[in-house]
Design a protein around this ligand. Structure first.
Ligand SMILES: Cc1cc2nc3c(=O)[nH]c(=O)nc-3n(C[C@H](O)[C@H](O)[C@H](O)COP(=O)(O)OP(=O)(O)OC[C@H]3O[C@@H](n4cnc5c(N)ncnc54)[C@H](O)[C@@H]3O)c2cc1C
Length: 369
């Protein structure tokens, strides 16, 4: 598909939030193009789809493929949290049905294919470098395999994830509530895997393990970046030593390989001071990043993409308050999420003097970055 150089909307970032926005706009007949810096060939975190996310995908017109190499059904969440005994929260009681464990590379690529099937050009290996506002239009400058690319559009969507690089170029700051970071390892496990998400808290922070397609499992340790560094968690040997101090996570795994590849991802709770301006909007993690404990990032990416498309369409039809209303809704939702987050961490009271848990008991004081 050969992209034209003039679009109503350019979406920067082809993750879940970006492709959802583009697909929703394309369904309304609005010319849109997506710039995506990868070709969906790099590891991506976020593997458990809640039943609500599944329902949101169906609303978007994206049926999930049969269980198999791309995804496996998830029966629920097993949490060792606030007590030494695991508690099982089954998805079976959820009115929207079960959840899923997905391979995120393939899942994001699947959404991109759906958008392409609706005539959305997805420019892979194309990285937006800077944008500037000209008379009545944005000029988007990007690096593409063929060289420098210059595109114009009326409105631009920041779907670049936590980097929120478009909003930052618009002069908007990002407030950080904590400094959470994940250190993850993907392991091949020939034994049969439990089809549940297992979460276990420890004095340093918390762990999760989730099965992945192709007989793999992801194991992640989450804590504040400074505490992870002090505990040696950024080194394979340190990470392994911390893993062996867990009870249920370690039990779930078979033999561990000698050389581990650690994936480190900052995943702080953070949000833009405003998630829209006159001619731009931010969606998904670019608007606000949730603690992975919520397992709600993908759902939020889907929902915010859908709402952003509605706001963009309304603005195109002359509603001058549409972007502002979108930003206010995002901000109220984030405030509600912060309360829920505090409430959830407050249910783990076993280590009140450990820095990770002490910090979570205090009211979040946001710092700008
Ligand atoms: C360890 C961990 C575990 C998690 N577990 C879960 C979970 O179980 N369930 C859940 O729902 N959520 C989970 N999340 C959260 C979830 O991964 C995110 O909320 C989700 O990926 C957000 O999607 P997004 O599209 O907004 O951003 P991203 O997934 O970050 O996508 C951003 C996209 O923009 C592209 N991009 C960036 N900059 C540019 C640029 N300049 N030009 C072009 N392209 C660009 C990137 O390549 C990427 O494709 C987890 C997160 C972490 C870190």
């Amino acid at each position: 598909m050969r992209p034209s150089r003039q679009y109503a909307v350019i979406v920067v970032g082809g993750g879940v939030a970006g492709t959802t926005t583009a697909l929703s706009l394309a369904r309304e007949g609005i010319p849109v193009c997506v710039l995506e810096r990868t070709q969906y060939d790099r590891w991506r975190p976020g593997e458990t789809l809640s039943p609500l996310a599944h329902a949101e995908l169906l609303r978007l017109g994206v049926p999930l493929p049969e269980a198999g190499e791309d995804l496996i059904p998830s029966h629920g969440i097993e949490a060792v949290w606030g007590s030494e005994h695991p508690q099982f929260h089954p998805f079976i009681t959820n009115p929207y049905g079960g959840g899923w464990h997905v391979d995120r590379q393939r899942f994001d690529a699947l959404l991109a294919h759906h958008a392409e099937a609706h005539q959305v050009p997805i420019l892979r290996l194309t990285s937006a470098v800077y944008i500037e506002r000209g008379p009545g239009a944005w000029n988007v400058h990007a690096n593409a395999p063929s060289g420098e690319l210059n595109l114009t559009c009326e409105r631009v969507v920041d779907a670049t994830g936590r980097a929120s690089s478009i909003a930052r170029q618009c002069g908007v700051r990002r407030h950080h509530v904590d400094a959470l970071c994940s250190v993850s390892v993907v392991l091949t496990q020939p034994e049969r895997l439990e089809q549940t998400l297992l979460v276990e808290s420890t004095p340093l922070g918390w762990w999760y393990a989730a099965p992945l397609p192709d007989q793999r499992v992801i194991v992640s340790l989450l804590s504040d970046a400074d505490l992870l560094a002090l505990a040696g968690a950024f080194r394979p040997s340190g990470w392994l030593a911390l893993l062996s101090a867990t009870r249920y996570i370690r039990e779930r795994l078979g033999t561990l390989p000698e050389d581990l590849r650690l994936h480190v991802r900052p995943c702080e709770t953070s949000s833009l001071e405003r998630s829209a301006g006159e001619h731009w909007l931010a969606v998904g993690d670019a608007a606000s990043g949730l603690d992975p404990l919520s397992s709600g990032g993908i759902l939020k990416a889907l929902r915010s993409g859908h709402r952003a498309a509605e706001a963009l369409r309304a603005a195109q039809e002359g509603d001058s308050t549409a972007h502002q209303q979108y930003a206010e809704a995002q901000s109220s939702e984030f405030a509600r999420y912060l309360e829920a987050r505090l409430g959830h961490y407050a249910t783990e009271r076993r280590w009140p003097d450990e820095p990770f848990w002490r910090r979570r008991m205090e009211e979040p004081a946001a710092t700008a970055a």
